[in-house]
Design a protein around this ligand. Structure first.
Ligand SMILES: [Zn+2]
Length: 171
């Protein structure tokens, strides 16, 4: 019956004002905008640091929002290379030069995946990828390597062992 009917902000506002009888168009526009924003896909990563083409040391990544206050150019405009990124799902930070494992641990052919040294980060339409040479993996496939440290043997004298016993027994 209403085949050609499409909701837009105005009609949604009109309906909201009717059913709540709260007639404040600006208020409803804010509600509509907040609702729309809540339905947008959430960013999965943020860039923390970049390296300017003429520099060696990394610096804080400047987005449009950050440059707005300072009046400078963004890192994107300056052609800065992405140096470190934070994965927002778990807060894990990855930096160029890190050695990471790749998940899943076996390739589709059943071969074990080799750890990768991150050489660079590249943004694609659908996400952030870490590269080594021509091998690239999405951020959600990187696994922080847990350094395997050999336990250091601790040598105690008999009197130290007794002291330790007493301390532990006290708890
Ligand atoms: Zn920069």
């Amino acid at each position: 019956m209403f085949e050609n009917w499409k909701w837009d902000d105005c009609s949604v506002k009109e309906l909201l004002r009717k059913i709540t009888s709260y007639d404040a168009p600006e208020y409803w526009q804010k509600e509509i905008d907040a609702f729309k924003a809540s339905k947008q896909p959430k960013p999965e990563w943020e860039i923390l640091e970049g390296i300017h083409p003429n520099a060696i040391e990394p610096h804080e990544w400047l987005t449009r929002e950050k440059c707005f206050q300072q009046g400078g150019a963004t890192c994107e405009q300056e052609g800065c290379k992405i140096h470190s990124v934070r994965r927002l799902s778990d807060g894990e930070v990855f930096t160029v030069g890190d050695t990471v494992d790749i998940w899943p641990k076996e390739s589709r052919l059943g071969r074990p995946m080799q750890p990768m040294d991150i050489e660079k980060f590249v943004i694609h339409d659908d996400g952030m990828m870490a590269y080594y040479g021509s091998f690239g993996y999405y951020l959600n496939r990187l696994v922080r390597r847990v350094p395997t440290v050999d336990p250091v043997p601790v040598l105690l004298t008999p009197s130290e062992i007794e002291k330790l016993h007493n301390i532990l027994n006290a708890y």
